[in-house]
Design a protein. Structure first.
Length: 302
């Protein structure tokens, strides 16, 4: 792997396999309560511009379980929030820390941080990409289905950072991706065009969710209104009304379809409570796997 994890597109198939193999090993250690502390004496700085539940807890707990220490660094409480340059912050933090995880708005900020840092930088989420989430989701699919190779993943909803990261995953791994997004809410145009050129098993985009989920092995959704888009909430509810994951839509999917959501969920909007809590849902399992996959990423990079 490269020094940093900024995008799934940075990984090749072998890199992904190494992460998944190590995550499986670490998960078994955790289930057996076996102490394993390869990062003893290491410190991870966690920079947050966005609020978080799963990202903060999984990285902080994961670093602790691996024997290291994680520091929560709100940009409001550091000199980054008072105008210190990204380059200066990256170089100084590189003298104190062994790795940095950033959860922020701008992908460009994370990439600039990585350019100037001499230590690994992990993208914990940006408005453009969420690589740790999708790697955890693919690991969950492997656990439940035995493999992700050859499966059809249907994503229904907003063409946001989750959709973008699934496109890059399809460009790197042997899975077919089918997306359903309303007009004007498609994924990033550059990422979509790149993915459609490079995806081994193909990427298709639809307006009708039924077309996207037909015979799908996995159906995936996310909130219709992401952080920073609150002013658009009512309009988005109107536009996305026909993009809900419910029993009627899943009737068109594969016989053993699996339902995923990266959370937090707005029950009754993008997904019904009946489906989210039903036997097809692996939402809680995929949330847990954030811990194990990110532990694998930290051990590999740090």
């Amino acid at each position: 792997m490269k020094k940093d994890l900024l995008s799934i597109y940075d990984l090749d198939r072998n890199d992904a396999g190494v992460i998944f193999d190590k995550a499986a090993k670490l998960k078994k250690y955790q289930q057996k309560r076996k102490a394993y502390t390869p990062l003893r004496g290491k410190t991870l700085g966690m920079i947050f511009d966005k609020s978080s539940t799963r990202t903060r807890i999984s990285f902080e707990v994961g670093m602790y379980q691996l024997g290291g220490v994680a520091l929560f660094l709100s940009s409001r409480d550091t000199q980054l929030g008072r105008g210190e340059s990204v380059s200066d912050s990256a170089r100084i933090m590189s003298r104190y820390l062994d790795g940095i995880m950033i959860r922020t708005y701008s992908q460009e900020l994370v990439e600039e941080f990585a350019r100037h840092a001499s230590i690994p930088v992990i993208n914990g989420l940006t408005d453009r990409e969420h690589p740790c989430q999708i790697l955890s989701d693919i690991f969950t699919i492997m656990e439940k289905k035995g493999s992700f190779a050859g499966l059809k993943i249907a994503y229904v909803g907003d063409g946001n950072n989750i959709a973008n990261s699934w496109i890059y995953a399809a460009a790197r791994l042997p899975l077919h991706l089918s997306l359903a997004c309303p007009e004007g809410y498609e994924p990033d145009k550059y990422i979509l065009e790149k993915g459609m050129r490079e995806a081994e098993m193909g990427i298709s985009i639809h307006r009708d969710p039924v077309d996207a989920v037909r015979d799908a092995d996995v159906v995936y959704t996310d909130v219709w209104t992401s952080m920073g888009q609150e002013a658009e909430q009512e309009e988005r509810k109107r536009v996305f009304r026909g993009y809900q994951i419910n029993e009627a839509l899943l009737a068109h999917a594969g016989k053993d379809v699996m339902v995923m959501h990266c959370l937090p969920a707005h029950r009754g909007e993008e997904i019904t409570a009946e489906i989210m809590d039903g036997p097809q849902s692996v939402v809680i399992d995929q949330a847990e796997n954030r811990l194990h996959v990110q532990k694998a990423i930290m051990q590999i990079l740090l």
